[in-house]
Design a protein around this ligand. Structure first.
Ligand SMILES: [Fe+2]
Ligand SMILES: [Fe+2]
Length: 176
């Protein structure tokens, strides 16, 4: 199913990003310099791709149809699970950004720790979230949505994808 296959593919990019970010954080822990410009690009990847492109598309298309047509179990799974986690990811990204700005102004060990902690927080959250969607939510949708709704999701997803978006400034984070 196109509309869900593309979400799986985006998870691969997002999970690849979490691996790259984790390597960067480990490097810092082992003594490498904190490159604040790297973190600004990483935050741009999170905001423009993981959130505005991927999470927003889930919310506007797949989740919308699941809540409308799959009853209270789907609604609970989405409203008190997935949407809460999307918001938590947005909050954690803001915390990471604050830590990076604070480190630029004052490169103390405390501000460095805030970058490491908020970075790992985002990584753990997204790994858990994407795995839950891959193994529970998407499979539930594929099994239970009617063909008519699946066709609508595919159609709207194709429209969404047809809007040109430039990710060239954050291409280092995508699977090549
Ligand atoms: Fe999600
Ligand atoms: Fe997702």
């Amino acid at each position: 199913m196109y509309g869900i296959d593309i979400l799986y593919m985006e998870h691969e990019n997002i999970l690849n990003f979490t691996n790259l970010l984790e390597e960067k954080l480990i490097g810092i822990l082992e003594g490498e310099e904190v490159e604040t410009e790297y973190f600004k690009r990483a935050i741009a990847f999170i905001r423009e791709y993981a959130d505005s492109h991927h999470h927003q598309k889930e919310e506007d298309i797949l989740f919308k149809y699941m809540v409308e047509s799959l009853g209270p179990i789907a609604e609970k799974l989405i409203r008190s699970g997935m949407l809460v986690e999307h918001d938590l990811a947005r909050f954690t990204t803001g915390q990471l950004e604050e830590a990076v700005i604070a480190y630029e102004e004052s490169p103390t060990s405390k501000n460095k720790l805030d970058i490491l902690a908020n970075g790992m927080n985002y990584i753990y959250l997204l790994r858990r979230h994407a795995t839950k969607e891959n193994t529970v939510l998407y499979t539930f949708a594929e099994k239970n949505l009617s063909q008519e709704i699946k066709d609508k999701i595919d159609e709207e997803s194709k429209q969404y994808e047809s809007i040109e978006k430039d990710f060239s400034h954050i291409s280092e984070f995508f699977i090549r």
